[in-house]
Design a protein around this ligand. Structure first.
Ligand SMILES: NC(=O)c1ccc[n+]([C@@H]2O[C@H](COP(=O)([O-])OP(=O)(O)OC[C@H]3O[C@@H](n4cnc5c(N)ncnc54)[C@H](OP(=O)(O)O)[C@@H]3O)[C@@H](O)[C@H]2O)c1
Length: 248
């Protein structure tokens, strides 16, 4: 069974420090640093993680194209979000994005990427997929033949530059309109420096968030698996835990 939300037992809205509850900019206000941002496509953009990342990036002025297996579903999801967000089929989202985030369940990961390999050629593909199983004891990391979801993506997308990122970011917080700042570092992994720099810069656009280089793709499995530990933290402490890397 797959439960991709890292905090299935956590309350819908965690209390936030007062300083983080400042109102977000209205959708019509221009974001201060929109110039030069890549267009971001989101595969599986109708789910909480895809919508959540889209929402935060759009509020930062980034143009986002949500993808779905059903274009109408993506368009409806886009209508609910603030800022420059549109919704189309997954293939069109892959074509539209300079950077394309993969936000589908682990079960559909390989098949979707195999189908979209041509559309994703030449793109930076950001994989946030956590291959996890769940049982009575909670979440646990699933074995992955290629080593990790990110390595699987790179194996089936030889003409794309795959980056692993956003594995530990809570969709609940991303979608919470009362949370103005996402207080977390984002570990960014990849084998291409230009691509990891680009994704770090995208993370940096989201208030409170910081992109931190976390190593090569061959080290993605433990980053994906660490989500299982964060789910345990969230269940015990009724939280939406993030991570901070110190002394960087
Ligand atoms: N939720 C979180 O807090 C969180 C945090 C960090 C990372 N992640 C990772 O982000 C990914 C998405 O999480 P989520 O909670 O948003 O997942 P989700 O709601 O289960 O799925 C996201 C979207 O993927 C599409 N989809 C479902 N099954 C599919 C399949 N077999 N093939 C292709 N597309 C499929 C659906 O969109 P359509 O039906 O519209 O196509 C769905 O709305 C997961 O891999 C998870 O590990 C999640």
């Amino acid at each position: 069974m797959s439960a991709p939300d890292p905090e299935p037992d956590a309350p819908a809205s965690a209390p936030e420090p007062a300083a983080e509850n400042a109102p977000e900019p209205a959708a019509s206000e221009p974001a201060p640093d929109a110039a030069g941002a890549p267009v971001v496509g989101v595969l599986g953009g109708t789910g909480p993680q895809g919508r959540g990342l889209a929402r935060r990036l759009a509020l930062a002025g980034v143009q986002v194209v949500l993808g779905s297996r059903d274009a109408a579903r993506a368009a409806a999801a886009a209508d609910e979000l603030p800022g420059p967000v549109t919704g189309v089929g997954n293939a069109d989202a892959a074509r539209a994005g300079d950077v394309v985030i993969v936000a589908v369940p682990w079960e559909g990961h390989r098949e979707l990427l195999v189908d979209l390999a041509a559309e994703l050629a030449g793109k930076v593909v950001v994989d946030c997929v956590n291959p996890l199983g769940f049982d009575k004891q909670g979440a646990y990391a699933l074995p992955v033949e290629e080593g990790s979801a990110a390595q699987q993506a790179q194996a089936v997308l030889p003409d794309s530059r795959v980056v692993g990122a956003f594995h530990h970011v809570s969709a609940v917080l991303l979608l919470d309109e009362d949370v103005a700042s996402i207080d977390t570092d984002v570990l960014v992994l990849g084998d291409d420096r230009e691509a990891t720099d680009l994704v770090q810069a995208l993370a940096d656009r989201i208030p409170g968030m910081r992109g931190v280089y976390g190593g090569r793709l061959r080290n993605a499995s433990q980053v994906e698996a660490l989500t299982a530990n964060l789910i345990s933290v969230n269940r015990r402490y009724k939280a939406h835990a993030g991570l901070r890397v110190t002394d960087v």
